[in-house]
Design a protein around this ligand. Structure first.
Ligand code: C2E
Ligand code: CA
Ligand code: CA
Ligand code: CA
Length: 279
């Protein structure tokens, strides 16, 4: 009886109940949002050492009718849990490929790639490769301009099937980048087997890179590792020129962060790219 009493108290904890109903509301809201086309992509430039913008990362936002722009940190984890990430991720890939196809016919944009985040659950979906191949064909996007950002958690279990999927898409020209590198647990032996093109140094290591020797050591190690595996290396979350200079001194190839630009809606991105060409 004591146990039941304790459980009952926990169940009716008003704070918990508020959290449960907030999540239920969010859950339902997210599915409706996809149906009502309330998601939108913002794009953050990725910049080479010489200053050229060669790619942009597509970052999804929810344009909520009352709450305004809701950032993905507030809904991606829930979408991964409730399964929405599969159709939402498909929408993101389709929107990015449509944009790539538009840029492909514009000579001033023809060399720009789009990096798209793909969740573990989405990447492991049995139809993922077929659906992406279909999207590429339908939109006419050049596959070599599409880069898929995976995290270590997508790659951990079932290596053979992960490699088979990556190979099938690589044959079409799609590129792969390992996101948030350093925060997971991949072994180096494992990393060597994956057909990757790029490692991304997590912004958690970049933030304090000038003051925390541990973060600096990890960033250096990732750069050396990328070089020895023949991969490009990009640092994310670069906010100051001093951070960029430090990373450049270690041999980093590319940068992304507020130092260059925040993620931008399409029109603002077009203006940003136009300005940079004129400099
Ligand atoms: P991420 O893939 O690591 O993306 C980088 C995040 O860092 C973005 O947050 C970006 O706005 C932010 N950022 C960029 N530059 C800086 C900087 O200089 N300083 C700091 N402090 N932050 C910076 P955002 O847009 O809120 O996205 C958060 C996460 O949501 C992403 O992290 C990614 O894991 C996920 N996400 C976003 N879009 C998608 C998507 O279409 N599909 C999936 N599966 N996940 C997505
Ligand atoms: Ca990313
Ligand atoms: Ca990241
Ligand atoms: Ca630190």
């Amino acid at each position: 009886a004591k146990m039941a009493g304790r459980n009952a108290v926990r169940f009716f904890n008003p704070q918990m109940q508020a959290e449960v109903s907030r999540r239920a509301e969010m859950d339902a809201g997210l599915w409706l949002a996809l149906e009502r086309e309330q998601f939108v992509l913002h794009y953050q430039p990725q910049v080479l050492a010489d200053g050229r913008v060669v790619a942009v990362e597509a970052l999804v936002r929810w344009q909520h009718p009352e709450r305004g722009i809701v950032p993905p940190t507030e809904f991606i984890a829930l979408a991964e849990e409730n399964g929405l990430i599969v159709p939402l991720g498909r929408w993101v890939l389709e929107a990015a490929c449509m944009q790539l196809a538009r840029w492909a016919s514009d000579p001033s944009r023809a060399d720009i790639a789009i990096a798209v985040n793909v969740s573990a659950r989405q990447f492991r979906h049995e139809r993922f490769v077929d659906e992406l191949a279909d999207i590429l064909e339908r939109t006419g996007a050049p596959p070599s301009r599409l880069e898929i950002e995976l995290t270590e958690s997508s790659l951990l279990a079932d290596v053979e099937s992960v490699i088979a999927r990556m190979d099938a898409l690589k044959e079409r020209g799609v590129r792969f980048s390992l996101d948030d590198f350093g925060t997971g647990y991949s072994s180096l032996a494992y990393l060597k087997r994956l057909p990757l093109d790029q490692l991304k140094i997590d912004k958690g290591f970049v933030r304090d890179i000038l003051v925390d020797p541990n973060d600096a050591a990890i960033a250096k190690m990732v750069i050396v590792l990328a070089e020895s595996l023949g991969l490009q290396v990009l640092a994310e979350g670069v906010e100051t020129d001093a951070q960029r200079v430090f990373l450049a001194g270690q041999g980093c190839d590319a940068y992304q962060g507020y130092l260059f630009s925040r993620p931008l809606p399409l029109e603002a991105l077009e203006a940003y790219l136009g300005m940079r060409r004129l400099r």
